[in-house]
Write a protein that binds this ligand. Structure first.
Ligand SMILES: Cc1ncc(COP(=O)(O)O)c(C=O)c1O
Length: 420
């Protein structure tokens, strides 16, 4: 990850700018995002698939409007999972027709917002959701797709969201009878099928098998029912290595197996991918300052001004296997370090602590450290309200310039939306 950020000798930089200067300017704790790196990854992904797939950025990985807007500038659409994320995508300039909405339990507020915006596709996850949509749609003709629950689970995925008898998607047989109903219903426009089976998938061959399975399912359902399925969304979930020892997700393998099939697709067929983590994870840092250093039970603790409430993943939340986070000293990022320390945040729970994957150079009160790989499922996946600490600032760096993308929270936010 340090390599992707372009770390060399000397203090850590992001997008060419010195992190210690950004920390002085914007304060800590601070999220920093390298927008140029995200754009390079978007372009690389598109090129890997010869421009044959449309990329929808999954906002759940990082709903920072300024970053979504930057990705939109290079043609990315959006995958959203709530009326809130939909608002962010629209505010970031993503045209409604380039927005897909997926999620296993969409509220009436969600459905209404999607209808009002006239989005590209609502991925339906149950027959009841179809009924709920019809109850609301009136004269509008929503574009819909069915999220298919694959028959088998995704191998080597961090979290599985399909093929497990879980809450996601519609089983193939149920999808078939629903499609038969939909094909006779001109109140909706049927666009196609969608599959998403899990996140942090490290097995490119298994991922491709499920994608090919969706293509076959589409061909079979078109042959068996009286409907056409022009749009096929193959999902996302590509892993990003969390440390140097882990292999990159093998996108070339996916392309080698998928491209020949995509090339033979009937005219009018459109393909989508909806990655989140892969595009943004390595481009983000969570930067904290050491508040105190102390010894306890024979161990050295560094107490930081940030913690689990901003970056829960570092403390192992959301992972099936808890893994130590990659943390570096901002002043000496490549220094192999001599100290095994424990890092603790300000929350009154022992869970707000972690042991970094590697030793650190000695850090003192006032020094800065940076958590790597914080560009996906960082702030958005954290219990930010716990104990009423203010949210961190977020800064987007692009074209050699840093700009505030989310203002730092204030203590008064803790009372903010409450009624006395
Ligand atoms: C429906 C859907 N699409 C896309 C994503 C993004 O996945 P990832 O960030 O692993 O690429 C998710 C993640 O949970 C999802 O549920």
């Amino acid at each position: 990850m340090l390599r992707l950020l372009g770390a060399g000798d000397g203090p850590l930089r992001l997008g060419g700018l010195e992190i210690s200067e950004l920390a002085s300017e914007f304060g800590t704790p601070l999220y920093l995002h390298d927008g140029d790196l995200c754009l390079r990854r978007l372009t690389a992904l598109r090129e890997t698939f010869d421009g044959r797939v449309r990329i929808l950025f999954a906002l759940k990985a990082n709903p920072l409007a300024a970053l979504v807007s930057l990705l939109r500038g290079k043609g990315a659409g959006a995958e959203v999972a709530s009326a809130g994320e939909l608002r962010i995508a629209l505010a970031a300039g993503v045209p409604p027709e380039d927005i897909h909405f997926a999620g296993p339990g969409k509220s009436l507020t969600d459905l209404r917002a999607a209808l009002e915006a006239g989005i590209g596709t609502l991925d339906l996850e149950s027959p009841d959701e179809y009924e709920a949509l019809l109850d609301l749609s009136g004269p509008r003709r929503p574009r819909i797709a069915l999220r298919i629950d694959p028959e088998s689970a995704l191998a080597r995925a961090g979290l599985r969201m399909g093929g497990t008898g879980g809450k996601f998607g519609i089983a193939k047989e149920a999808a078939r009878s629903l499609l038969e109903r939909i094909s006779k219903d001109d109140r909706v426009e049927l666009r196609g099928l969608h599959v998403y089976a899990g996140t942090q998938c490290a097995d490119a061959a298994a991922w491709t098998t499920l994608a090919l399975d969706l293509l076959e399912t589409a061909a079979r359902l078109e042959a068996e029912t009286d409907c056409s399925l022009p749009d096929l969304n193959l999902g996302g979930g590509f892993s990003f290595p969390r440390d140097e020892g882990e292999a990159e997700f093998d996108l070339d393998l996916v392309a080698a197996r998928l491209l020949p099939v995509l090339e033979r697709a009937p005219p009018g067929r459109r393909f989508f991918l909806e990655p989140g983590r892969w595009l943004t994870a390595p481009a983000g840092l969570y930067v904290c300052r050491v508040l105190a250093r102390k010894e306890s039970g024979g161990r050295t603790w560094l107490l930081l001004d940030g913690g689990l409430h901003h970056f829960a993943a570092a403390a192992g939340f959301g992972a099936v296997l808890r893994r130590p986070p990659e943390v570096v000293s901002v002043e000496r990022p490549l220094d192999p370090g001599e100290e095994r320390v424990l890092l603790g945040g300000p929350l009154c729970t022992p869970m707000d602590a972690c042991e970094p994957a590697h030793p650190l150079p000695r850090l003192e009160r006032g020094d800065l450290c940076a958590f790597l790989g914080a560009g996906a499922y960082g702030l958005t996946f954290s219990p930010v309200r716990f104990l009423g600490h203010p949210g961190p600032a977020e800064v987007l760096v692009a074209g050699g310039k840093a700009r505030l993308a989310r203002r730092r929270g204030r203590p008064e936010d803790a009372l903010g939306d409450q009624c006395l």
